[in-house]
Design a protein around this ligand. Structure first.
Ligand code: ADP
Ligand code: CDP
Length: 216
């Protein structure tokens, strides 16, 4: 499978909010012994910085400035809060922001041995040469239920109707933005997790990757 021009084995996992892509990507990374990057956290970290500065996410330049020296604590609970989800969705539509975050993700994908990345544009923009691409989805209602449960488990507020509205708005914005919109790469396998437990979804993802490997 490795042909010299490629340094390692890359798995791209894309999908909408709370589809289970992070759960799947983390499990694949563990199973195949690869490092994992949750690329949504980069956009969330930019959003959190603007939020803490009291900046205006509607101003592209302010969002771009927040990309400078972007360090963050992945365990910071605020990164996963609903206000930050909303700001992340907004600022991720700016070309300058996407550009500023691009190389960090490409470098991660290109590291020796390979990697698993999850996000919205991994299979289409960040790692179009990925060995395996999964597009993980689930109905908006199921995703809203999952996100509410997750927020409550983390001790944060989450109301089903608000979260569902928010998920629909983010879906729409992610899918219709001009740059790197959320879309299934032509060569990606679709994995609908609506009726699957997390364990079943992970098992199916491993099966899809192994099937790809066997036929490579
Ligand atoms: N198949 C599934 N069934 C039920 N809950 C799931 C499933 N996959 C993920 N979850 C839960 O749903 C929430 C969102 O999953 P996550 O993997 O973070 O989604 P994403 O990365 O797509 O936003 C988490 O609390 C996770 O534990
Ligand atoms: N590769 C990526 C990852 C996230 N994003 C944006 O960042 C926001 C937060 O991403 P996330 O993956 O953490 O969000 P969830 O799917 O976990 O809700 C999304 O709403 C997207 O708009 C993106 O544009 N491109």
């Amino acid at each position: 499978m490795q042909d010299g021009s490629r340094k390692g084995f890359v798995i791209a996992v894309d999908g909408p909010a709370a589809s289970g892509k992070g759960t799947i990507a983390r499990a694949l990374a563990k199973h195949f012994g690869l490092p994992h990057m949750d690329t949504g956290l980069l956009y969330r970290a930019v959003a959190l910085k603007i939020w803490r500065w009291g900046g205006d996410p509607n101003i592209e330049f302010e969002a771009l400035r927040a990309c400078d020296n972007l360090g963050f604590d992945p365990d910071d609970e605020e990164l996963r809060s609903e206000p930050i989800s909303r700001i992340a969705s907004k600022i991720s539509s700016y070309a300058s922001v996407r550009d500023a975050l691009l190389q960090r993700q490409r470098d991660f994908a290109a590291q020796e041995g390979g990697a698993v990345l999850d996000g919205r544009d991994i299979g289409t923009v960040i790692a179009p040469e990925a060995d395996v691409k999964l597009f993980v989805t689930a109905s908006a209602e199921v995703r809203a239920q999952r996100r509410v449960r997750e927020l409550l488990e983390r001790g944060m507020p989450g109301h089903y109707d608000d979260v569902l509205l928010d998920i629909r708005a983010r879906d729409e914005r992610d899918a219709t933005r001009e740059i790197a919109p959320l879309l299934q790469a032509q060569d990606a396998d679709l994995l609908d997790t609506s009726d699957l437990t997390a364990e079943q979804a992970i098992a199916e993802a491993i099966r899809l990757v192994e099937h790809k490997l066997a036929n490579a």
